[in-house]
Design a protein. Sequence first.
Lengths: 114, 115
Amino acid sequence: GAVVSQHPSRVICKSGTSVKIECRSLDFQATTMFWYRQFPKQSLMLMATSNEGSKATYEQGVEKDKFLINHASLTLSTLTVTSAHPEDSSFYICSAREGPETQYFGPGTRLLVL
Amino acid sequence: AQSVTQPDIHITVSEGASLELRCNYSYGATPYLFWYVQSPGQGLQLLLKYFSGDTLVQGIKGFEAEFKRSQSSFNLRKPSVHWSDAAEYFCAVIRGTGGGNKLTFGTGTQLKVEL
């Protein structure tokens, strides 16, 4: 299957700082990528849909000014958690859509905000 | 709204035994159906998918799933479980091409394999 990478795999930051997470499709081009958040022992919650060359579409209840998404190329989407707080600590997973319906997922980024 | 139900939160099987993980969906038409596996601290790996055609779908790692329209189910099976299959399994659906390609996930089933 297609490969999606994320960087960094884990990050620890101080409260109030911003953290950028990169999501790359390594062997295919993805006009659409997705960002998910996963709490411990829970399912994935879709945060936003990232479209290359246009603004991201956020799910209800997700603060777009808090979670900035940029999809500048067909292989890269970034999620920036701005002014991070401890409640933003979570496992963030991206996916890239290949073909009409199939998503391939990155390995995830574990964020810990102190 | 569409939903996905995985009735079993935890399942424990012995290595070598057969496995069936249940998944039910609620949607009028046939959605696109997926099974993903997540190992601890990892992202999700696609095991198999069903869009149309043969209702018995073969996936990677020896898994298969059967779509049963009458039961709105898409259960995952494996005839002989290996210890390395211990992981979290998620069933997911997309509501056809008009669904914006958004995946709706079930709550997951944690599989434990006893040696």
